[in-house]
Design a protein around this ligand. Sequence first.
Ligand SMILES: NC(=O)c1ccc[n+]([C@@H]2O[C@H](COP(=O)([O-])OP(=O)(O)OC[C@H]3O[C@@H](n4cnc5c(N)ncnc54)[C@H](OP(=O)(O)O)[C@@H]3O)[C@@H](O)[C@H]2O)c1
Length: 268
Amino acid sequence: MSRTALITGASAGLGVEFARQLADRGYALVLVARRGEKLEQVAQDLRQRYPVSVSTIVADLADPAAPAEIYRQLEGVEVSFLINNAGSAGPDLLVDRDWSKQADFLQLMMISAAHLCHLFMPAMIERGFGRVVNVSSMAARFIRAGDTNYGPSKAYMVALVEGLAGSTQGTDVKISALCPGFTHTEFHEAGDLMEMKNSLPDFLWYDARTVVREGLKALEQGRTVFCSGRLYRVLDALTQFGPTRWLLRKTVIDGLTSRRAQARAAVD
Ligand SMILES: NC(=O)c1ccc[n+]([C@@H]2O[C@H](COP(=O)([O-])OP(=O)(O)OC[C@H]3O[C@@H](n4cnc5c(N)ncnc54)[C@H](OP(=O)(O)O)[C@@H]3O)[C@@H](O)[C@H]2O)c1
């Protein structure tokens, strides 16, 4: 029986790329996202290219009931690879006054991932094999003025992985937090961030294939927290060190933040 990978946010971007690279390794796939039609197109394409079974589950991970429903639908399936990848840009915690939007965002970005780890990881540990990638972001590694929700939620993903990694030590269950920098996907379009995207230089951008290839390799190497892209690994090393953290924040990060604010102001 082939091993099964469960991938959230698999209707676009990094999720589709995870699906391709895991299908190429022979994993049967279960793809999760909200847009059923898009998800089915991705599944059809994968079925044509790879000799693996591909099924889909339409679910909104902002709904607290979704992880348990996914688990219920997969009764009897041995999920040995879990990719918590679904995510989006979020509301501003202080500016957006609709708490339900904030709660949906936090449910999607943190609680659904923790819930899926809670549901699927114990069986992996029991069976003696498992792989988990929680997709975080470089936003978890830099403190950015005005980032009140997205970066903090991604920092939780790193902390969650670091905590869980301790519980899987000595087993063949590996877990990694993947921290991509800016990556060409639908993310910025979906989050109304195209002005910001267009204002940033090309060298900051990576393609999804590279990010996923590096992330899967780092997982196998047992890297608990991994920043994809050489540029971001250098920045990360610098920003984890006190004095350069301050200097970088003043020059690069504040610079980027104000360019983003300018781009937003130009739209308004
Ligand atoms: N692109 C970047 O620059 C970048 C950088 C660092 C980290 N990341 C992280 O990478 C992950 C993947 O993003 P991406 O760049 O591939 O963006 P993307 O192309 O916009 O894909 C996001 C995926 O998440 C799904 N999704 C969003 N909200 C959902 C919900 N409520 N329930 C279920 N699925 C949902 C979307 O599907 P539906 O709309 O069909 O539901 C889509 O499949 C995210 O966690 C993001 O935060 C991205």
